[in-house]
Design a protein. Structure first.
Length: 253
């Protein structure tokens, strides 16, 4: 209790919160590493992020127990963000018990998905979206990246959607895909990519958010001679994106 009082009164509060986090969690069974960041905004004001990396082989049940303990810690320290890293997936523990349960369920399904190499799940409120998640994932290949993206955002997918708004980015060798400018599913951007992929060899593609069109698409096909046809396919599949759809050959065209 005395340590908490000192934390509240510290001039560099972010540094004090980080030190308190390390002291509180050092020696915790199954925690292999503790990492903290500190943000000293103004005298007596600040925040900290504390991340627990668990031992390899830690069971899912034990991880859930750690997440529950960390959630209670975050509730008591409202300027601390608590995070856990396990099996190459890092997630933020929300103060709300229900949201933490949802993130744990997503962690379980992501770790069981052979297409997922790593992921990071942030609690990231923005503007009017006070309940908002920002998720970044890396997949084993381009096909896996698109599958993981769909599974995390569409009804009936392998991964249960989180409550609230989700901003999602998935990267795989040859493909980058993210939600549109309004954090929605980029249906036309994906349709453009799939239309080209069905008839041409695609070297790489980027499906990214855009402030004007919602999404912007860049597709690189392997054969320069097929650029015109590939472009027609993409623009026909995504008529509302207009000039935000670009198709070119591997060496430019």
């Amino acid at each position: 209790m005395a340590r908490t009082a000192r934390t509240r009164c510290a001039v560099d509060k972010g540094s004090a919160l980080a030190a308190d986090f390390e002291t509180s969690w050092t020696g915790t069974p199954d925690v292999a590493e503790i990492h903290t960041t500190k943000n000293n905004t103004l005298p007596f004001l600040g925040s900290s992020i504390g991340t627990l990396t668990v031992d390899e082989g830690t069971s899912a049940d034990r991880l859930a127990q750690l997440a529950g303990e960390l959630r209670k810690y975050v509730v008591r320290h409202d300027k601390v963000t608590g995070r856990i890293t396990a099996h190459d997936i890092t997630f933020t523990v929300a103060a709300d018990e229900g949201r933490t349960g949802e993130v744990l369920a997503l962690w379980r399904s992501l770790t069981a998905d052979e297409k997922v190499k790593s992921a990071d799940i942030h609690d990231a409120p923005w503007k009017e979206a006070t309940v908002r998640w920002r998720i970044e994932a890396t997949a084993v290949d381009a096909a896996g990246a698109l599958t993981v993206f769909k599974d995390m955002l569409t009804e009936g997918g392998r991964h249960r959607s989180l409550t609230g708004v989700t901003s999602l980015k998935v990267t795989g060798p040859g493909l980058f895909v993210e939600t549109d400018f309004h954090d929605a599913f980029p249906a036309e951007a994906i349709a453009a990519y799939e239309a080209v992929l069905a008839q041409h060899s695609v070297t790489r593609a980027t499906l990214r958010r855009d402030a004007v069109s919602g999404s912007a698409v860049t597709i690189v096909v392997a054969d320069r001679a097929d650029v015109a046809h590939a472009g027609e396919l993409a623009r026909s599949a995504a008529p509302n994106l207009g000039p935000a759809v670009e198709v070119r050959g591997r060496t430019g065209s």
